[in-house]
Design a protein around this ligand. Sequence first.
Ligand code: NAD
Length: 292
Amino acid sequence: MNIGFIGLGIMGAPMAANLVKAGHNVTGYDLDPARRDQLVAAGGRAAGSLAEATDADVVITMLPDSPQVEEVVLGPDGVLEHAKPGLLLIDMSTIRPDTSRAVAAEAAGRGVRAVEAPVSGGEKGAVDAVLSIMVGGTEEDFEAALPVLEALGKTIVHVGGPGAGQTVKAANQLVVGGIYALVAEAIVLLEASGVDPHSGMDVLAGGLAGSRILELKRKSMVDRQFAPGFRIDLHHKDMGIAVAAARQAEISLPVTALVAQLIAAARAQGYGALDHSALLKVLENASGRTAA
Ligand code: NAD
């Protein structure tokens, strides 16, 4: 298939490369020319404009947040303006559910098929093509997107109509944030008690407390390696989406609200560009135990 890929960042770059490996013709666009060169090195083509990337059977967007998706998809000179009728748009960014619903409605009005397909699994999941993908849209459009998504992920689930995929992603992010906060507290406790945090966390990873986060991140957290990965700034955005979704559903999510404040603190303390595992810094600061 001819695929246009817009947003070749930490996630988009390896995803676009995996589509090339799966045999698709991938034309990528990113504001950052270095990102476009990276796709060329991986066997894809660089587009000089959004219009060029949109001249395809399928367009995938992997952008930071709702404003960028609104600009790239709905904006003047955006994807919908250049789309051929019947184009399949797959937005894989994590954004507000109401933005995904607006994109779906606007696309339908222009004869474009649109699904949202946010992902979980991090940079490693993107590189290894084992992402979990939660798809919101019609059954028919989900079926059309599936062969493309199968080159990117392993668990691919149609969770409902437009917006549902983003709601599932918000639930995912509140769980991930909460686990990071508690893993960080466990490390602070072990270190403050004079217990070796590496061996302590190894035991946790093998027991009921075990999780994918402990499996992948316990060593780098104890070693204070916080290169992203998934930036605190983006997780802050996602906690905002989760808190807003709770308000809209007229429910109370007290633990989520607390975790959202801890992630806001991480940002306020200057850690926005670090990996979200840097939540550890906030919790060690809270105990006056700032590591070197
Ligand atoms: P990123 O900042 O590394 O990449 C975003 C890319 O979009 C950048 O290269 C940027 O130059 C480009 N961009 C921004 N505005 C643009 C525009 N108007 N036109 C063209 N390109 C534009 O972010 P990322 O970590 O790859 O995350 C992308 C999305 O995936 C976010 O919504 C994030 O929440 C979500 N996500 C990230 C991870 C992760 O571990 N990094 C995991 C799951 C989901």
